[in-house]
Design a protein around this ligand. Structure first.
Ligand SMILES: [Fe+2]
Ligand SMILES: [Fe+2]
Length: 394
């Protein structure tokens, strides 16, 4: 380990920096940020003189991007907002995700705007005073169900930042949307945690969801190892792009979509205004995450160069087959610590369990159909390929 510099050595380093020396000499001439002529083609001030008038709504990203119309096909590789420039000779950084088609989504700006305007507080926006005591079996079922949903929220917050930092800063909306998703998931975790304690139940049994715990950027990366799947992934393919697509498929379009279906049913089954409102709010957020993943894959498939698109489709179908066959997303529906409490909530009481399980079977069929419709929308139809049983296997 290198030795720690002394205070004196550190002070010398500061003092010897070129700009510090210049300032110490009394030279305060500002740099290109001030001196360059915005009219010259080399000027970093790409947008100087352009003005945007707020609308009645204020300044929305939708309106701003419509007015400026300057989202480039390729990122600039600079750590500056779109339209900005750099000092002469500044490093251009090679962000692994630097093409618009690799990161953009059709409804990105409006999803972002919605995400920002619909942030809510698990502390004060849920009608906690309207939470009512439930029969013991129902409270236990609800808390066990929430014990599963609580760690589910870790999955996107663990994985998304890995991709956020790889997106070229010319596309800040993509990073911002993923940041709002992380904030959403954190709030969901908070709401579920508070709900578990609010009615005398508390966290139950770990849902033994190996799939959840093992899901990470590393897993996605190794699932796409070119040497393992030479027919699908070639060594010249942009790995980050495949992985990011794989993430949008398995996390946002598959896993979170199943969770969204759970939330919808949770709202339907909620026995008091507080439980209903909690599920209503989380499902609104969750729908955005699923929509982003789906519309991002569609944007990619519509805009990638033809050959890359063909290989991406192969990869997505391969990835989907593995996911479907190993019950990755749908594993949640055959996990006893998840689906048993869910069936009991659907039943309404232990005496009606048969009825509850019938509803779970309907739920299964509905989830598969939703999933297939989503694949259609994203542009990689799976109806004749899907390996998930259309009917519940129980
Ligand atoms: Fe969530
Ligand atoms: Fe989510």
């Amino acid at each position: 380990m290198a030795s720690i510099p002394t205070r004196r050595e550190a002070a010398e380093r500061y003092a010897n920096l070129p700009q510090v020396r210049r300032w110490r000499d009394g030279n305060y001439e500002p740099g290109a940020w001030f001196n360059s002529d915005p009219e010259s083609p080399e000027s970093p001030w790409g947008n100087w003189g352009r003005e945007f008038k707020p609308t009645r709504r204020g300044i929305t990203t939708v309106d701003l991007n419509r007015a400026f119309d300057d989202v480039p096909d390729q990122g600039a590789g600079l750590v500056v907002d779109r339209g900005g420039g750099a000092d002469a000779g500044a490093t251009r950084w090679e962000y692994p995700l630097n093409q618009r088609y690799e990161v953009w989504a059709y409804n990105l700006e409006s999803l972002l705007e919605e995400a920002i305007s619909r942030q809510w507080s698990a502390t004060s926006d849920l009608p906690w005073d309207k939470l009512e005591p439930l029969p013991d079996d129902q409270e236990r079922a609800m808390c066990q169900f929430l014990s599963f949903l609580h760690p589910v929220e870790f999955t996107p917050t663990d994985i998304l930042p890995h991709y956020m930092m790889r997106v070229d800063p010319s596309f800040p909306e993509v990073r911002q949307f993923m940041a709002t998703q992380c904030a959403d998931e954190s709030r969901h975790m908070e709401a579920f945690g508070k709900r578990m304690f609010a009615n005398g139940g508390g966290p139950g049994i770990e849902p033994t969801a190996e799939a959840l715990l093992s899901m990470s950027a590393d897993t996605l990366s190794s699932a796409l190892k070119p040497e393992d799947h030479p027919d699908v992934i070639g060594p010249t393919n942009p790995r980050a792009t495949w992985e990011f697509l794989g993430m949008s498929y398995s996390v946002q379009m598959m896993g979170e979509a199943v969770v969204l279906d759970f939330f919808r049913f949770g709202e339907f089954l909620g026995r008091n205004p507080c439980d209903k409102e909690m599920f209503r709010r989380v499902l609104q957020d969750e729908a955005r995450h699923v929509s982003f993943g789906t519309m991002r894959i569609k944007y990619y498939l519509d805009h990638a160069p033809a050959e890359e698109r063909e290989r991406a489709l192969e990869m997505l179908h391969y990835f989907a087959s593995v996911d479907e066959a190993t019950a990755s997303g749908f594993g949640l529906l055959i996990n006893p610590n998840v689906i048993e409490p869910f069936a009991l909530m659907a039943a309404g009481s232990t005496g009606e369990l048969d009825k509850g399980w019938d509803m779970v079977r309907e739920f299964w069929a509905g989830c598969v159909e939703e999933y297939l419709a989503r694949c259609d929308r994203a542009g990689f139809p799976r109806r004749d390929k899907c390996l998930i049983p259309r009917e519940a296997p129980f």
